[in-house]
Design a protein around this ligand. Structure first.
Ligand code: PLP
Length: 411
């Protein structure tokens, strides 16, 4: 996967106007990309152009602007399908983000497919978005939740899948990349094990789609969800990919305009997927913006982006090893994305993040919506620096200076 072609970070940074500013009297060093990424000019310009020239409601109109908006929206769907190697655009449902995508599956697929005593298998690496919707479903159906642990190096205990997957396992929910530790999970292997017991698999791609080439066919899963705002796209838009036959079988998630064929007062018939799952006026502009973000990322190349981020983490680990009390919590190896979750002696992550902020460095401190994982690690919180294509070694150096300054400040 790694390639030696280096990215021209100076040119890439210049595409992100927000990075060209001072925060608290220092150059902004933005290292909170796992929470949300910044947007290149190409995406902002696409949104502007869409609103200035093409906006109208989609599907229903016979006039020129509605036709253009519909073409732009359906074009974005086809673009998203290509981005993840989906067979057909109809397998792409636009949603608000990963959270809504997972809730859609839990609400629309779950009740028809789970009954009392069935099992849902998750992992301790899951974000709350891939836990709570399944808890709600378990409460509705009487199904049980189980979870695969990690070993102390932050990797999933793959041996536990064999123990915990049973004929009662209906659903396996697993994150492709951990937002808290940066672990890249071997999802193909996990899907293959789940398929041996006939389970349906949802992969949470929130931290993978922005950073790695994705091919849902090769992963072999049934559902794949991700968010636009973490991949240079707008907020409020994301993708749920589902296998055509599963989407066709599922009942609608919400009712309203756009998703129906015929409405009578007592009953209605529905359009096929994906329209069946997109009730009401969709988020046309942001879907179009997301397509522009996908163009932008693919023009640079996701393999190169991943190699660059991997290199930054390796450099950060090297520099971190020189800092007293620095302890990285993620796995060391090729299965590591650009996330650096760490402890720094006994400095509380919130205090550390505040010191870093006073130096213009944006990191995240807390449980990262991974409370079960934090409990497993015996921690309340970590400090997390997460890299993207516009970060460079200078940013890592500034971070390390900030860590040394915090040590001095709290000593
Ligand atoms: N899953 C993972 C692994 C995440 O990192 C996040 C966001 O941080 C989500 C799900 C939820 O994404 P969103 O808030 O965009 O719905």
């Amino acid at each position: 996967m790694k390639t030696s072609t280096r990215l021209d970070i100076k040119a890439i940074k210049a595409e992100f106007p927000i990075l060209d500013q001072e925060v608290n009297g220092h150059r902004l060093v933005y290292l909170d990309n796992a929470a949300s990424s910044q947007k290149p000019r190409a995406v902002v310009a696409t949104l502007e152009r869409y609103y200035e020239r093409d906006h109208a409601n989609v599907h229903r109109g016979i006039h020129e602007l509605s036709t253009r908006a519909t073409q732009a929206y359906e074009g974005a769907r086809a673009r998203a399908a290509r981005y993840i190697g989906a067979g057909e655009p109809e397998e792409v449902v636009f949603v608000r983000g990963t959270t809504e995508g997972i809730n859609l599956v839990a609400s629309a697929w779950g009740p028809e497919n789970l009954r009392e005593g069935d099992e849902i298998l998750l992992t301790v690496l899951e974000h709350h978005s891939n836990i709570v919707p399944w808890q709600l479903l378990a409460q509705r159906t009487g199904a049980h939740l189980k979870s695969v642990d990690i070993s102390d190096d932050g990797r999933l205990r793959l041996d536990q899948f064999d123990e915990l997957l049973t004929r009662r396992t209906r659903l396996v929910g697993v994150t492709h990349v951990s937002n808290a530790l940066g672990t890249i999970n071997p999802v193909e292997e996990i899907v293959a094990a789940a398929k041996r017991v006939g389970a349906t698999v949802l992969v949470d791609g929130a931290q993978a789609a922005p950073h790695l080439p994705i091919d849902v066919g090769a992963v072999g899963c049934d559902f794949y969800a991700f968010s636009g705002h973490k991949m240079c796209g707008p907020t409020g838009i994301g993708v749920l990919w589902g296998r055509r036959e599963l989407l066709e079988e599922m009942a609608p998630y919400q009712g309203g305009g756009e998703m129906i064929e015929i409405v009578e007062l007592e009953r209605s018939t529905y359009k096929p997927a994906p329209q069946k799952f997109e009730a009401g006026t969709p988020n046309v502009a942001d879907a179009v913006g997301l397509a522009a973000a996908m163009d932008y990322l693919e023009d640079i190349g996701l393999e190169r982006i991943h190699a660059h981020e991997h290199d930054l983490v390796a450099y950060a680990l090297e520099r971190g090893a020189e800092i007293p009390g620095f302890r990285d919590l993620g796995p060391v190896g090729d299965d590591r994305a650009g996330v650096l979750s760490f402890e720094l002696g006994d400095i509380h992550p919130h205090d550390l993040a505040q010191v870093l902020d006073s130096r213009g460095i944006a990191v995240r401190a807390g449980h990262h919506c991974n409370q079960p994982l934090m409990r497993r690690l015996g921690l309340g919180a970590t400090t997390r620096a997460s890299f993207y294509l516009y970060n460079d070694r200078d940013d890592v150096d500034v971070l390390c200076e900030g860590l040394n300054a915090a040590i001095e400040f709290f000593s």
